[in-house]
Design a protein around this ligand. Structure first.
Ligand SMILES: [Ca+2]
Ligand SMILES: [Ca+2]
Ligand SMILES: [Ca+2]
Length: 311
């Protein structure tokens, strides 16, 4: 056995960040988790806990939580850095159609119903994506199993990644104060995107103020790129425009070896965000803010964004 060494997590697991499902809180049955069978059915990692953990080479950290049944739950004490919308990505697997689950913060359902799809195998992983609105500070997240699938289990769970909102919400700034930017984004300049001239602010997860690096991803020059600094949990790049735009597509030119798994959210107020992929084909999104999110895929790759074209 690889015996689990519980290291005290001062202030909770970091959010944004990635949480291994097998790293649920200490405290045992009824306190840190509820599991319907006394044994750890997989026998791995934390053999004295009831939670069913299996060693699996394809799972992040080498372990998964399986044998998940109706009513079971797991708690994670977390420290949320920035309040607001977070993208949650849960890595799951199921031989056939799985069941449903949800995520609570301090016993309030914040995710709505999430479903484990048929991934074709117990060790064939996919990522289920949802949105959760979180309160900042030290709180308890709870992963709750709601219904089993045809397999009689909810599914296998590997890890959960939470990507946070921009620490500083993008705000419209005067283009005129940025001579170079103004030139690059002037309506008369060559432009592949109709909205380039309205772009007034770019912020990134590098959290540098003022954050000029992100402009390399929108300067109309594919030879320059924003390369995200190495970090845990994921990266984001937020763009603010001087007015509400009609956005039909966002084309992203990635650099070599870039992380490419990304999601684009849009908003009129930088408060309520909608996934661009949820906009029906042929329709336009009313967007003043765009928020590109790239979760860490564990491969060591970082995002390299040569150009983002909004059309
Ligand atoms: Ca058990
Ligand atoms: Ca179980
Ligand atoms: Ca894991």
């Amino acid at each position: 056995f690889d015996y689990f060494q519980l290291t005290e997590v001062v202030g909770g697991l970091a959010v944004p960040g990635t949480i291994q499902i097998e790293n649920f809180d200490a405290g045992g049955e009824g306190v840190a988790y509820h599991d319907t069978t006394v044994a750890n059915e997989g026998g791995a990692y934390r053999p004295t806990e009831r939670v069913d953990i299996a060693a699996s080479t394809g799972a992040s950290n080498g372990y998964l939580v399986g044998w998940t049944k109706l009513g079971e739950w797991l708690k994670y004490t977390v420290n949320v850095a920035v309040p607001g919308l977070h993208i949650v990505r849960i890595r799951v697997a199921s031989l056939l159609a799985g069941g449903t689950f949800h995520i609570e913060q301090d016993n309030v359902n914040v995710s709505g119903t999430l479903t484990v799809p048929n991934t074709g195998g117990w060790f064939t992983w996919t990522t289920v994506t949802g949105q959760v609105n979180l309160t900042a500070g030290v709180h308890v997240l709870k992963l709750v199993m709601d219904a089993v699938g045809v397999t009689t289990f909810v599914g296998n769970f590997d890890q959960m990644t939470l990507v946070g909102p921009p620490a500083v919400a993008p705000e419209a700034r005067s283009v005129s104060s940025r001579a170079i930017i103004n030139a690059l984004h002037s309506p008369s300049a060559p432009s592949t995107g109709l909205t380039r001239s309205w772009l007034v602010d770019v912020r990134t997860s590098d959290d540098v103020e003022p954050d000029e690096a992100g402009w390399a991803a929108v300067d109309g020059d594919a030879t320059t790129a924003w390369v995200g600094q190495a970090g845990a949990g994921g990266w984001w790049l937020a763009m603010a425009y001087g007015r509400v735009l009609s956005v039909r597509s966002v084309d992203i030119l990635f650099g070599e070896d870039s992380l490419t798994n990304s999601m684009v959210l849009f908003s009129e107020d930088a408060d309520q965000w909608t996934n661009l992929k949820d906009v029906p084909a042929g329709s336009a999104a009313a967007a003043r803010y765009l928020w590109l999110i790239m979760p860490d895929d564990g491969s060591g790759a970082v995002p390299s964004l040569q150009e983002i074209n909004v059309k």
